[in-house]
Design a protein around this ligand. Structure first.
Ligand SMILES: Cc1cc2nc3c(=O)[nH]c(=O)nc-3n(C[C@H](O)[C@H](O)[C@H](O)COP(=O)(O)OP(=O)(O)OC[C@H]3O[C@@H](n4cnc5c(N)ncnc54)[C@H](O)[C@@H]3O)c2cc1C
Length: 414
Protein backbone atom coordinates (compact mmCIF):
# COMPACT_ATOMS: atom_id res chain seq x y z
CA UNK A 1 0.00 0.00 0.00
CA UNK A 2 2.92 2.33 -0.66
CA UNK A 3 0.53 4.65 -2.54
CA UNK A 4 -1.31 5.58 0.69
CA UNK A 5 -0.06 8.46 2.81
CA UNK A 6 -1.03 9.53 6.32
CA UNK A 7 -0.14 12.85 7.90
CA UNK A 8 0.36 12.63 11.67
CA UNK A 9 0.41 15.91 13.60
CA UNK A 10 2.34 15.50 16.86
CA UNK A 11 5.36 13.32 17.66
CA UNK A 12 4.59 12.31 21.25
CA UNK A 13 3.99 8.70 22.20
CA UNK A 14 0.54 8.81 20.49
CA UNK A 15 1.92 10.03 17.15
CA UNK A 16 4.98 7.74 17.31
CA UNK A 17 2.90 4.66 18.12
CA UNK A 18 0.35 5.27 15.38
CA UNK A 19 3.17 6.03 12.92
CA UNK A 20 4.87 2.70 13.64
CA UNK A 21 1.62 0.72 13.37
CA UNK A 22 0.73 2.31 10.03
CA UNK A 23 4.26 2.11 8.66
CA UNK A 24 4.31 -1.62 9.49
CA UNK A 25 1.24 -1.93 7.22
CA UNK A 26 3.31 -0.35 4.43
CA UNK A 27 1.57 3.02 4.64
CA UNK A 28 3.80 6.07 4.05
CA UNK A 29 3.72 8.31 7.11
CA UNK A 30 4.70 11.97 7.38
CA UNK A 31 5.12 12.76 11.08
CA UNK A 32 5.29 16.43 11.93
CA UNK A 33 6.45 17.62 15.33
CA UNK A 34 6.53 21.26 16.33
CA UNK A 35 9.41 21.01 18.80
CA UNK A 36 12.97 20.01 18.00
CA UNK A 37 12.67 16.59 19.60
CA UNK A 38 10.31 13.64 19.33
CA UNK A 39 8.71 11.86 22.28
CA UNK A 40 6.41 14.57 23.70
CA UNK A 41 6.17 15.06 27.45
CA UNK A 42 6.74 11.43 28.34
CA UNK A 43 10.23 11.17 26.82
CA UNK A 44 11.35 13.25 29.84
CA UNK A 45 10.11 10.69 32.39
CA UNK A 46 12.53 8.54 34.35
CA UNK A 47 12.16 4.76 34.72
CA UNK A 48 10.72 4.24 38.21
CA UNK A 49 11.75 0.63 38.80
CA UNK A 50 12.30 -0.07 42.51
CA UNK A 51 15.26 -2.33 43.26
CA UNK A 52 15.30 -3.16 39.54
CA UNK A 53 11.68 -4.36 39.68
CA UNK A 54 9.45 -2.78 37.04
CA UNK A 55 6.53 -0.75 38.47
CA UNK A 56 4.84 -0.28 35.06
CA UNK A 57 5.28 3.49 34.83
CA UNK A 58 5.41 3.21 31.02
CA UNK A 59 8.51 5.39 30.48
CA UNK A 60 10.43 2.67 28.59
CA UNK A 61 7.54 2.22 26.13
CA UNK A 62 8.06 5.76 24.88
CA UNK A 63 11.75 5.13 24.23
CA UNK A 64 10.92 1.92 22.39
CA UNK A 65 8.31 3.63 20.14
CA UNK A 66 10.74 6.46 19.43
CA UNK A 67 13.52 4.07 18.45
CA UNK A 68 11.21 2.17 16.09
CA UNK A 69 9.84 5.33 14.49
CA UNK A 70 13.21 6.97 13.75
CA UNK A 71 14.56 3.84 12.08
CA UNK A 72 11.44 2.95 10.06
CA UNK A 73 11.87 3.38 6.28
CA UNK A 74 8.16 4.27 5.82
CA UNK A 75 8.20 7.17 8.27
CA UNK A 76 9.38 10.63 7.28
CA UNK A 77 9.95 12.85 10.31
CA UNK A 78 9.71 16.62 10.13
CA UNK A 79 10.84 18.18 13.44
CA UNK A 80 10.33 21.89 14.13
CA UNK A 81 7.30 21.89 11.81
CA UNK A 82 3.73 23.13 11.97
CA UNK A 83 0.77 22.99 9.63
CA UNK A 84 0.01 26.38 8.12
CA UNK A 85 -2.97 25.36 6.06
CA UNK A 86 -4.82 22.22 5.15
CA UNK A 87 -7.78 21.52 2.89
CA UNK A 88 -9.43 18.47 1.49
CA UNK A 89 -10.47 17.88 -2.06
CA UNK A 90 -10.14 14.23 -2.96
CA UNK A 91 -7.10 13.98 -0.66
CA UNK A 92 -5.74 16.32 2.02
CA UNK A 93 -3.28 18.99 0.89
CA UNK A 94 -1.28 20.56 3.70
CA UNK A 95 1.30 23.32 3.69
CA UNK A 96 3.88 23.19 6.48
CA UNK A 97 6.48 25.57 7.80
CA UNK A 98 9.66 24.01 9.17
CA UNK A 99 12.03 26.04 11.37
CA UNK A 100 15.64 26.08 10.20
CA UNK A 101 17.42 22.90 11.36
CA UNK A 102 20.83 24.27 12.26
CA UNK A 103 22.37 20.88 13.11
CA UNK A 104 22.70 18.37 10.29
CA UNK A 105 21.51 15.01 11.64
CA UNK A 106 23.58 13.12 9.03
CA UNK A 107 26.83 14.71 10.19
CA UNK A 108 26.25 15.21 13.96
CA UNK A 109 27.87 12.54 16.16
CA UNK A 110 26.26 13.81 19.40
CA UNK A 111 29.71 14.69 20.82
CA UNK A 112 28.19 17.59 22.82
CA UNK A 113 30.98 20.09 22.08
CA UNK A 114 28.38 22.68 20.94
CA UNK A 115 26.70 22.57 24.36
CA UNK A 116 30.03 22.62 26.25
CA UNK A 117 31.38 25.63 24.37
CA UNK A 118 28.23 27.74 24.05
CA UNK A 119 28.43 30.87 26.27
CA UNK A 120 24.67 31.64 26.19
CA UNK A 121 22.41 29.91 28.70
CA UNK A 122 19.79 27.75 26.97
CA UNK A 123 21.04 28.44 23.43
CA UNK A 124 21.96 24.81 22.78
CA UNK A 125 19.01 22.56 23.61
CA UNK A 126 19.48 18.96 24.65
CA UNK A 127 16.92 16.19 24.09
CA UNK A 128 16.07 13.47 26.60
CA UNK A 129 16.78 10.49 24.37
CA UNK A 130 19.80 9.57 22.30
CA UNK A 131 17.28 8.11 19.84
CA UNK A 132 16.53 11.70 18.90
CA UNK A 133 19.11 12.39 16.19
CA UNK A 134 20.55 14.95 16.57
CA UNK A 135 20.43 14.99 20.34
CA UNK A 136 21.06 18.78 20.27
CA UNK A 137 19.31 21.76 18.68
CA UNK A 138 19.98 25.49 18.47
CA UNK A 139 17.40 27.76 20.13
CA UNK A 140 16.13 30.44 17.75
CA UNK A 141 15.48 32.78 20.71
CA UNK A 142 18.66 32.33 22.75
CA UNK A 143 21.45 31.82 20.17
CA UNK A 144 23.72 34.91 20.05
CA UNK A 145 24.50 34.44 16.36
CA UNK A 146 20.82 34.38 15.49
CA UNK A 147 20.26 37.49 17.63
CA UNK A 148 23.10 39.75 16.48
CA UNK A 149 25.80 37.49 14.97
CA UNK A 150 28.02 38.09 18.04
CA UNK A 151 29.08 34.45 18.53
CA UNK A 152 29.60 31.43 16.28
CA UNK A 153 31.71 29.19 18.52
CA UNK A 154 29.50 26.11 18.09
CA UNK A 155 29.68 26.31 14.30
CA UNK A 156 33.40 27.15 14.20
CA UNK A 157 34.44 24.39 16.60
CA UNK A 158 32.12 21.57 15.51
CA UNK A 159 34.53 18.79 14.43
CA UNK A 160 32.00 17.42 11.91
CA UNK A 161 31.04 20.83 10.40
CA UNK A 162 27.47 19.82 11.19
CA UNK A 163 26.27 23.30 12.21
CA UNK A 164 24.90 25.90 9.80
CA UNK A 165 23.60 29.04 11.50
CA UNK A 166 22.59 30.78 8.27
CA UNK A 167 20.03 28.33 6.94
CA UNK A 168 16.44 29.49 6.81
CA UNK A 169 12.98 28.13 7.42
CA UNK A 170 11.48 25.75 4.91
CA UNK A 171 8.04 25.43 3.34
CA UNK A 172 6.75 21.93 2.52
CA UNK A 173 3.56 20.74 0.93
CA UNK A 174 2.19 17.31 1.67
CA UNK A 175 -0.61 15.26 0.13
CA UNK A 176 -2.27 12.71 2.41
CA UNK A 177 -5.19 10.32 2.38
CA UNK A 178 -5.89 10.69 6.10
CA UNK A 179 -4.84 12.94 8.98
CA UNK A 180 -4.23 11.90 12.57
CA UNK A 181 -4.31 14.59 15.27
CA UNK A 182 -1.92 13.57 18.07
CA UNK A 183 -0.97 16.94 19.50
CA UNK A 184 -1.26 15.82 23.12
CA UNK A 185 -1.88 18.00 26.15
CA UNK A 186 -0.76 21.17 27.85
CA UNK A 187 0.46 20.76 31.44
CA UNK A 188 -1.54 22.96 33.83
CA UNK A 189 0.31 26.22 34.57
CA UNK A 190 0.55 26.35 38.39
CA UNK A 191 1.13 30.12 38.40
CA UNK A 192 -2.69 30.30 38.65
CA UNK A 193 -2.57 28.69 42.15
CA UNK A 194 -1.33 30.30 45.42
CA UNK A 195 1.67 27.98 45.77
CA UNK A 196 4.45 30.39 44.83
CA UNK A 197 5.46 28.55 41.68
CA UNK A 198 7.88 30.76 39.74
CA UNK A 199 8.55 32.82 42.90
CA UNK A 200 10.01 30.20 45.25
CA UNK A 201 12.84 28.11 43.77
CA UNK A 202 11.97 25.02 45.79
CA UNK A 203 8.41 24.77 44.48
CA UNK A 204 8.60 22.59 41.36
CA UNK A 205 6.12 20.71 39.20
CA UNK A 206 5.86 16.95 38.77
CA UNK A 207 7.23 17.42 35.24
CA UNK A 208 10.28 19.35 36.55
CA UNK A 209 10.92 16.53 39.02
CA UNK A 210 10.58 13.82 36.34
CA UNK A 211 13.10 15.63 34.14
CA UNK A 212 15.51 16.21 37.02
CA UNK A 213 15.51 12.49 37.86
CA UNK A 214 15.83 11.48 34.21
CA UNK A 215 18.83 13.79 33.63
CA UNK A 216 20.68 13.31 36.94
CA UNK A 217 19.24 10.18 38.57
CA UNK A 218 18.57 12.01 41.86
CA UNK A 219 16.61 14.83 43.50
CA UNK A 220 18.18 18.15 44.55
CA UNK A 221 16.74 21.41 45.84
CA UNK A 222 17.02 24.04 43.08
CA UNK A 223 17.98 26.67 45.72
CA UNK A 224 21.27 25.06 46.82
CA UNK A 225 21.62 21.75 44.96
CA UNK A 226 21.41 19.76 48.22
CA UNK A 227 19.28 16.65 48.80
CA UNK A 228 15.95 17.67 50.39
CA UNK A 229 15.20 16.14 53.79
CA UNK A 230 11.45 16.82 53.72
CA UNK A 231 9.43 16.72 50.49
CA UNK A 232 5.70 17.44 50.10
CA UNK A 233 3.70 16.33 47.08
CA UNK A 234 0.48 18.28 46.46
CA UNK A 235 -2.01 16.45 44.26
CA UNK A 236 -4.78 17.72 41.96
CA UNK A 237 -3.05 20.99 41.03
CA UNK A 238 -5.24 22.16 38.15
CA UNK A 239 -7.46 19.06 38.17
CA UNK A 240 -10.89 18.55 39.79
CA UNK A 241 -11.02 22.28 40.40
CA UNK A 242 -14.42 23.94 40.01
CA UNK A 243 -12.95 27.46 40.34
CA UNK A 244 -10.89 26.78 37.20
CA UNK A 245 -13.76 24.91 35.54
CA UNK A 246 -11.41 21.90 35.28
CA UNK A 247 -13.73 19.29 36.71
CA UNK A 248 -11.89 16.32 35.27
CA UNK A 249 -9.43 14.03 37.04
CA UNK A 250 -6.11 13.93 35.17
CA UNK A 251 -5.98 10.17 35.86
CA UNK A 252 -2.18 9.81 35.83
CA UNK A 253 -0.98 12.12 38.62
CA UNK A 254 -1.64 9.94 41.70
CA UNK A 255 0.06 6.85 40.32
CA UNK A 256 2.90 8.86 38.79
CA UNK A 257 3.57 10.85 42.01
CA UNK A 258 3.36 7.73 44.22
CA UNK A 259 5.78 5.82 41.99
CA UNK A 260 8.14 8.80 41.99
CA UNK A 261 7.88 9.04 45.81
CA UNK A 262 8.93 5.40 46.13
CA UNK A 263 11.81 5.97 43.73
CA UNK A 264 12.99 8.97 45.77
CA UNK A 265 12.84 6.90 48.97
CA UNK A 266 14.93 4.22 47.28
CA UNK A 267 17.53 6.72 46.03
CA UNK A 268 17.47 8.94 49.16
CA UNK A 269 16.31 6.74 52.11
CA UNK A 270 16.89 9.63 54.54
CA UNK A 271 14.28 11.79 52.80
CA UNK A 272 10.77 11.91 54.32
CA UNK A 273 7.82 12.35 52.00
CA UNK A 274 4.35 13.72 52.77
CA UNK A 275 1.59 13.27 50.23
CA UNK A 276 -1.33 15.76 50.29
CA UNK A 277 -4.31 14.38 48.37
CA UNK A 278 -8.08 14.65 47.84
CA UNK A 279 -8.57 10.94 47.25
CA UNK A 280 -6.12 8.59 45.63
CA UNK A 281 -7.05 7.48 42.12
CA UNK A 282 -5.25 4.22 41.52
CA UNK A 283 -6.27 2.76 38.19
CA UNK A 284 -5.51 -0.83 37.21
CA UNK A 285 -5.45 -4.06 39.17
CA UNK A 286 -1.68 -4.01 39.67
CA UNK A 287 -1.64 -0.69 41.45
CA UNK A 288 -3.44 -1.67 44.65
CA UNK A 289 -0.61 -3.85 46.13
CA UNK A 290 1.92 -1.18 45.13
CA UNK A 291 -0.21 1.45 46.91
CA UNK A 292 -0.41 -0.65 50.07
CA UNK A 293 3.40 -0.92 50.17
CA UNK A 294 3.74 2.79 49.44
CA UNK A 295 1.62 3.79 52.44
CA UNK A 296 4.21 2.13 54.72
CA UNK A 297 6.86 4.54 53.45
CA UNK A 298 4.99 7.75 52.68
CA UNK A 299 3.00 9.92 55.07
CA UNK A 300 -0.46 10.38 53.55
CA UNK A 301 -2.53 13.45 54.51
CA UNK A 302 -6.03 13.81 53.15
CA UNK A 303 -6.09 17.58 52.63
CA UNK A 304 -5.20 19.99 49.84
CA UNK A 305 -3.04 22.86 51.14
CA UNK A 306 -4.37 26.40 50.85
CA UNK A 307 -1.13 28.26 50.29
CA UNK A 308 2.65 28.19 50.65
CA UNK A 309 5.10 30.78 52.02
CA UNK A 310 8.87 30.86 51.81
CA UNK A 311 10.50 31.27 55.21
CA UNK A 312 14.21 31.91 54.54
CA UNK A 313 14.90 31.20 50.86
CA UNK A 314 15.45 27.51 51.69
CA UNK A 315 12.29 26.34 53.47
CA UNK A 316 8.61 26.40 52.60
CA UNK A 317 5.72 26.74 55.02
CA UNK A 318 2.66 24.77 53.86
CA UNK A 319 -0.80 25.55 55.34
CA UNK A 320 -3.65 23.07 55.32
CA UNK A 321 -6.82 22.29 57.25
CA UNK A 322 -6.59 19.12 59.29
CA UNK A 323 -9.37 16.74 58.35
CA UNK A 324 -10.01 15.59 61.95
CA UNK A 325 -9.58 18.71 64.13
CA UNK A 326 -10.59 21.17 61.35
CA UNK A 327 -7.74 23.39 62.56
CA UNK A 328 -5.33 25.14 60.21
CA UNK A 329 -1.93 23.49 60.50
CA UNK A 330 1.47 24.62 59.23
CA UNK A 331 4.39 22.42 58.26
CA UNK A 332 7.85 23.15 56.93
CA UNK A 333 9.30 21.39 53.87
CA UNK A 334 12.51 21.68 51.85
CA UNK A 335 10.90 20.92 48.49
CA UNK A 336 7.27 21.02 47.32
CA UNK A 337 6.23 19.11 44.22
CA UNK A 338 3.01 20.22 42.51
CA UNK A 339 1.26 17.36 40.72
CA UNK A 340 0.02 19.43 37.81
CA UNK A 341 -2.78 18.07 35.69
CA UNK A 342 -3.50 17.54 32.03
CA UNK A 343 -5.31 20.36 30.17
CA UNK A 344 -6.21 20.64 26.47
CA UNK A 345 -3.43 21.12 23.92
CA UNK A 346 -2.71 24.80 23.30
CA UNK A 347 -2.88 24.47 19.49
CA UNK A 348 -6.14 22.57 19.36
CA UNK A 349 -8.30 25.56 18.45
CA UNK A 350 -6.05 26.38 15.47
CA UNK A 351 -5.80 22.80 14.29
CA UNK A 352 -9.53 22.18 14.73
CA UNK A 353 -10.25 25.37 12.80
CA UNK A 354 -7.99 24.25 9.93
CA UNK A 355 -9.63 20.82 9.82
CA UNK A 356 -13.21 22.00 10.38
CA UNK A 357 -13.81 20.05 13.60
CA UNK A 358 -14.81 21.24 17.06
CA UNK A 359 -13.32 20.37 20.44
CA UNK A 360 -15.85 19.50 23.15
CA UNK A 361 -16.84 21.79 26.06
CA UNK A 362 -13.72 20.90 28.04
CA UNK A 363 -11.43 21.77 25.10
CA UNK A 364 -10.41 18.18 24.31
CA UNK A 365 -11.16 16.76 20.86
CA UNK A 366 -14.39 14.84 20.41
CA UNK A 367 -13.73 11.14 20.09
CA UNK A 368 -17.08 9.71 19.14
CA UNK A 369 -16.36 8.83 15.54
CA UNK A 370 -19.87 7.51 14.95
CA UNK A 371 -21.58 10.81 15.63
CA UNK A 372 -18.95 13.30 14.44
CA UNK A 373 -18.89 13.36 10.68
CA UNK A 374 -15.40 14.90 10.60
CA UNK A 375 -13.97 11.67 11.93
CA UNK A 376 -15.42 9.59 9.14
CA UNK A 377 -13.97 11.97 6.57
CA UNK A 378 -10.40 10.87 7.11
CA UNK A 379 -9.59 12.87 10.25
CA UNK A 380 -8.72 10.85 13.35
CA UNK A 381 -7.39 11.55 16.85
CA UNK A 382 -5.22 9.62 19.29
CA UNK A 383 -3.77 10.10 22.76
CA UNK A 384 -4.22 12.90 25.27
CA UNK A 385 -5.55 15.38 22.72
CA UNK A 386 -8.79 13.52 23.49
CA UNK A 387 -8.49 13.76 27.29
CA UNK A 388 -6.24 12.61 30.15
CA UNK A 389 -4.73 9.15 29.76
CA UNK A 390 -1.61 7.20 30.74
CA UNK A 391 1.19 6.19 28.39
CA UNK A 392 -0.22 2.66 28.12
CA UNK A 393 -3.71 3.98 27.32
CA UNK A 394 -2.23 6.44 24.84
CA UNK A 395 -0.49 3.60 23.02
CA UNK A 396 -3.75 1.62 22.97
CA UNK A 397 -5.61 4.67 21.64
CA UNK A 398 -2.97 5.14 18.92
CA UNK A 399 -3.27 1.45 17.97
CA UNK A 400 -7.01 1.79 17.70
CA UNK A 401 -6.71 4.97 15.59
CA UNK A 402 -4.19 3.24 13.29
CA UNK A 403 -6.62 0.37 12.70
CA UNK A 404 -9.48 2.78 11.99
CA UNK A 405 -7.25 4.62 9.51
CA UNK A 406 -6.25 1.33 7.86
CA UNK A 407 -9.93 0.45 7.45
CA UNK A 408 -10.68 3.93 6.11
CA UNK A 409 -7.86 3.53 3.57
CA UNK A 410 -9.31 0.20 2.48
CA UNK A 411 -6.28 -1.82 3.51
CA UNK A 412 -6.69 -5.58 3.60
CA UNK A 413 -5.47 -6.63 7.04
CA UNK A 414 -4.96 -10.31 7.71
C1 LIG B 1 3.20 15.41 35.62
C2 LIG B 1 2.83 14.24 34.75
C3 LIG B 1 3.38 13.01 35.00
C4 LIG B 1 3.00 11.89 34.23
N1 LIG B 1 3.54 10.67 34.52
C5 LIG B 1 3.11 9.58 33.87
C6 LIG B 1 3.59 8.28 34.22
O1 LIG B 1 4.43 8.12 35.11
N2 LIG B 1 3.09 7.21 33.52
C7 LIG B 1 2.15 7.36 32.54
O2 LIG B 1 1.71 6.35 31.98
N3 LIG B 1 1.72 8.58 32.16
C8 LIG B 1 2.17 9.69 32.79
N4 LIG B 1 1.72 10.93 32.41
C9 LIG B 1 0.86 11.04 31.21
C10 LIG B 1 1.73 11.06 29.92
O3 LIG B 1 2.50 12.26 29.93
C11 LIG B 1 0.83 11.00 28.68
O4 LIG B 1 0.10 9.78 28.70
C12 LIG B 1 1.61 11.06 27.35
O5 LIG B 1 2.54 12.09 27.35
C13 LIG B 1 0.60 11.27 26.22
O6 LIG B 1 1.27 11.33 24.98
P1 LIG B 1 0.66 12.17 23.77
O7 LIG B 1 1.44 11.81 22.58
O8 LIG B 1 -0.82 12.03 23.73
O9 LIG B 1 0.91 13.71 24.17
P2 LIG B 1 2.27 14.59 24.39
O10 LIG B 1 3.23 13.87 25.24
O11 LIG B 1 1.75 15.91 24.87
O12 LIG B 1 2.86 14.74 22.94
C14 LIG B 1 2.26 15.57 21.97
C15 LIG B 1 3.30 16.02 20.95
O13 LIG B 1 2.65 16.80 19.94
C16 LIG B 1 3.44 17.94 19.66
N5 LIG B 1 2.57 19.01 19.15
C17 LIG B 1 1.69 19.77 19.85
N6 LIG B 1 1.09 20.65 19.04
C18 LIG B 1 1.60 20.46 17.80
C19 LIG B 1 1.40 21.06 16.53
N7 LIG B 1 0.54 22.07 16.38
N8 LIG B 1 2.09 20.61 15.46
C20 LIG B 1 2.99 19.60 15.61
N9 LIG B 1 3.24 18.99 16.79
C21 LIG B 1 2.55 19.41 17.87
C22 LIG B 1 4.07 18.29 21.01
O14 LIG B 1 5.24 19.10 20.83
C23 LIG B 1 4.38 16.92 21.57
O15 LIG B 1 5.64 16.45 21.15
C24 LIG B 1 2.07 12.06 33.17
C25 LIG B 1 1.53 13.32 32.90
C26 LIG B 1 1.88 14.40 33.70
C27 LIG B 1 1.28 15.76 33.43
Amino acid sequence: MKDKNVLIIGGGVAGLSAAVELADLDVQVELIEKSNFLGGHAIGYACKAINDTCVKCGACMVEERLQRAVSHPNIKILPGSQVQNIFKNHRFSASLRQEPLHIDSKKCTNCGLCLDRCPADGAVLQGFSKNNIPFYAISEEKCLYLKDKSCSICRDECPETAIDLDNEEFEHSIEADAVLIATGFKPFDPKDKPYGFGLFKNVVTGLDLERMIKRTGCVKKPSDNKTPGLIAFIQCVGSRDSKLNHLWCSKVCCSSALRTSRLIRERHPETEITFFYMDVQTFGKDFEPFYEETQKEIRMIRAIPGDIYETDGQHLKVNYIDNHSHKTLEEIFDLVVLSIGITPCEDIQTISGLLGIEPDDTGFVKTDDKKTSAFVNGIFAAGTVQGPMSIADTIASAGSAAWKIARYLGLKIS
